[in-house]
Write a new protein. Structure first.
Length: 165
């Protein structure tokens, strides 16, 4: 899929601002293969993590949720992650992340399946999170659309979140 060469010149082209990065350690991987619908379902838990950035800092509340991805026969992984964040001021924020990951070649897919390190250009991994934050300094998170560009690292993910202005 190629972008229109003048897409950024469009008057309604979205502008994004970097908000924060979540680095999350994952644990307890379980598989349902094949599931009753023919795809492979997994469960992996949010063991711990950190949040760092200009608009939010804090931590992932350990074992407050996880990801329940569906792996399609064509190798595309459809994410559905839900867990809790805790801001440095103690505010608890619910996050739901939906997105996709796919490798750019069967060889890269095999390396990722073995939990080996791969380059960030070797795969596509993007998410569209939704946040439910309490009233107060973090309410802005419940009023904006975000996109996340993710890095897959062995036993972990690092996702850079951008708020769409």
């Amino acid at each position: 899929m190629s972008a229109h060469p003048f897409a950024s010149d469009h008057p309604f082209a979205p502008r994004c601002e970097f908000a924060f990065t979540i680095s999350i350690d994952l644990a307890g991987l379980r598989w349902i293969e094949p599931s009753a619908i023919g795809d492979t379902r997994a469960a992996i838990y949010a063991a711990k993590g950190t949040i760092e950035g200009p608009r939010l800092n804090g931590r992932v509340i350990p074992m407050s949720g996880g990801d329940f991805p569906l792996q399609r026969p064509n190798g595309v992984i459809d994410f559905d992650a839900r867990y809790l964040l805790e801001a440095d001021d103690g505010a608890v924020i619910y996050m739901q992340n939906r997105g996709y990951r796919w490798a750019r070649s069967p060889e890269i897919a095999a390396r990722m399946a073995r939990n080996e390190d791969v380059g960030t250009d070797d795969y596509y991994m993007r998410v569209a999170p939704r946040f439910e934050a309490p009233e107060g300094p973090h309410a802005w998170m419940s009023q904006h659309v975000f996109i996340g560009v993710a890095e897959k690292i062995p036993n972990a993910n690092r996702i850079h979140y951008f708020v769409v202005l």
